[in-house]
Design a protein around this ligand. Sequence first.
Ligand code: HEM
Length: 415
Amino acid sequence: MSSQQPLAKLEDLFNPHTQAYCDNPVPQCRAVYGRGRLVFYEPWQAWIMTQLDDIMDCWREEYLSSDYYDWELAPERPPESEWGNFERALIGHSLVADHDHHRLVRKVAAPAFSRHVVDEIQRRIEPDIKRLFDQLGTPDVFDFKDEIAQHIPFISINRMIGVPEKYWEDIKPVTMRFTETWNPTIPAEQRATAVAECNNAIEVFKKVIADRRENPQDGDFLSVLIKVEAEHENFDEWDILTLLLALIGAGSDTTLMALQWTTYALLKHPDQISTALATPESFATAFSEVGRWGVISKMGFARYAPKDMEILGQSVKRGQMVLMMPHLYELDPAYFPEPETFDVTRTFDPDIRFGYGPRFCIGASLAKKQLHMTMSEMIKRFPNIELAQEPERDATDHNAIAFKNLLLRTNCHKN
Ligand code: HEM
């Protein structure tokens, strides 16, 4: 007879939707990490991939699908006769669905993400960030989330794409709620509203593209993508539209969360601020440490099994979701000594904060630049800024550990 105790159910040890997880995710993450390389999690009907090497292999080899419609619990893939703008962008010419087309899009669109274009976009965003701080003035206390952070992704994405300001209000709903279009955990009506907003936004983008064809400009994504379209027969207007949606979908929530966590982490460790902000390179490392120390993620990165297959010794059924969770290994002292200590001088090798392989984040350098610029501007204006209180964490966010607000005391009226 075995003397071993049966293992506790994973859902009794790990539940990212609880307040306990949001307040301190570390013990719960460790409970999953210790369970094995690929662990089935009943409440989500999904597999969790825990180990760095396995995750990097999955990122690099792309043996799983990135197409949401391959998920067993996704809504039926509609026939082409029923496609609206949204479906045409996401299914017809999808950046996410087909690996070969995805690689082609990434390759031909690379000039739109070149250093020169990113530098130019940064130059355009800088006055917007300064204006936000001008509008803020010199209050004793302000909510960084409401007053600063939530405006920046919207402004940056519009500037990056090159959307004229007269269209910004039309685009706003989709930047706020695009991720709801495919979120299966929200009511169908809410999802339909988000799809309708997306359909409208695509109509606006079509107008912006038509304007731009008539009046060519320089130095933003759209201008470069229109040139790319003229030069490559396998890259058309729907590829541009899909890319624009991908930028919105992937660049809004991520940057909003990153701004809040960078502010929180640095103000919790004021002695490390000057090291963190000293150069773009030191900031890049500091930002990786913010993500590692804060944990932030609840679900990781989703992929779907394209067929019944054996993965890491487990039988995975066609359509099952596999969640890569690199935040788990980042709490392992074998990789990061004293993992609960925040240290902006740690070494990240590999640095997987922005993913890895063919689907490495398109917006990584822009994201780091806008974060660095915002933090530097804030510290320049308020050198003695501090947290006004420990922010309450919002357990209702489905994807990340979010703050309800982030109240900061400027101390700018102190002698
Ligand atoms: C600090 C903020 C950000 C973080 C931490 C981040 C992180 C990531 C990660 C980890 C991936 C890979 C996801 C996967 O493998 O499933 C990714 C992909 C992507 N990111 Fe970001 N990102 C950020 C900001 C942005 C911004 C600002 C943009 C653009 C405006 C952007 C655009 C994209 C796109 C389009 C993809 C998909 C790339 C593809 O499939 O080829 N991201 N990002």
